[in-house]
Design a protein around this ligand. Structure first.
Ligand code: CA
Ligand code: CA
Length: 294
């Protein structure tokens, strides 16, 4: 459980004090943010992150300043509002291609599909974003996600911020307990990618909030889309930031036979300018900037 000292936060805003008291009571304040984001307020405090058996993410206590983090992955509708306001061109749109993996393909296989971009996440023959408004935005690169965050007045969560909010006080590997439950998150069901058994009800992305939230009210921290974060795990080399970005929580594509990073500990590393049908993000905010934006 996070160690939080409210008496040392009395000089912060009333909102943060309220959030701190609510956190002590076992609940976390949720407030409306920009562009229809609902945000969980995480007060400043000490938190245990990592795991004893994870060299990239060893168990340790981190001290974090207060932050706000979205309860859901950023949706196609939210990303569309950003594009409408800024006429932003994503990396996949600029390159004319994005990577897609379809049921029936071999494990680990991805096709570079012409015309796959956030408006057509599975390619031009698949559903358009208008048909997937409440699904997480995909086919966006880490750079595209950062551009969205800047427009909205926020930023990507750090690896530690993401993990603290995703764990919501638990020491288990999953928000619901120590063992994986295929009915609790959108991952790949089945031994291989040749066939999906549809145990969780979805082959590709699911609308956000299709599965129960964690204890602090965050949805889809496991599965649906991998979520870009700022910073890299400790085995990164100098200069890696220029071409790599970290991602957390796994995705609809992830299976126990392939990328099994659909848990609260593992940290994925992706091409910073790569665009795939299983990568998205969740926005975070600094509370002071959030208050100034009102
Ligand atoms: Ca699934
Ligand atoms: Ca996710």
């Amino acid at each position: 459980m996070a160690k939080i000292d409210c008496m040392h936060r009395l000089t912060t805003s009333a909102l943060l004090l309220l959030a701190c008291l609510q956190a002590q009571a076992g609940t976390h304040a949720i407030q409306a943010g920009p562009n229809n984001h609902l945000l969980v307020i995480v007060p400043a405090g000490d938190h245990v992150v990592g795991s004893r058996d994870a060299p990239r993410n060893p168990e340790r206590t981190v001290t974090l300043a207060a932050y706000a983090i979205a309860t859901t992955e950023t949706t196609n509708a939210q990303f569309a509002a950003f594009v409408a306001a800024t006429h932003y061109i994503s990396d996949a749109e600029r390159l004319g291609t994005g990577k897609v993996s379809f049921e029936g393909m071999a494990d680990w296989d991805w096709d570079q599909i012409k015309g796959a971009d956030w408006r057509h996440p599975m390619g031009p023959n698949g559903q358009s974003w208008e048909e997937l408004k409440d699904h997480p935005v995909t086919q966006i690169s880490g750079a595209d996600a950062e551009a969205y965050c800047q427009w909205a007045g926020g930023r990507l969560p750090t690896l530690d911020e993401w993990e603290v909010a995703a764990r919501a006080g638990t020491k288990n590997k999953y928000p619901w307990g120590p063992k994986f439950d295929p009915k609790m998150a959108n991952t790949w069901n089945g031994d291989t990618h040749h066939h999906n058994t549809r145990e969780d009800g979805f082959v590709y992305t699911a609308p956000v909030k299709s599965f129960p939230p964690n204890a602090w009210g965050l949805y889809d921290v496991i599965g649906n889309v991998f979520e870009y974060c700022s910073g890299l795990p400790r085995d990164a080399r100098p200069g890696d930031e220029a071409h790599l970005i970290a991602g957390r929580g796994g995705s609809w594509w992830c299976s126990f036979g392939t990328c099994h990073f659909f848990n609260l500990v593992d940290i994925g590393r992706m091409d910073r300018h790569g665009s795939l049908a299983n990568q998205g993000f969740r926005i975070a905010f600094d509370p002071a900037r959030l208050a100034a934006k009102k």
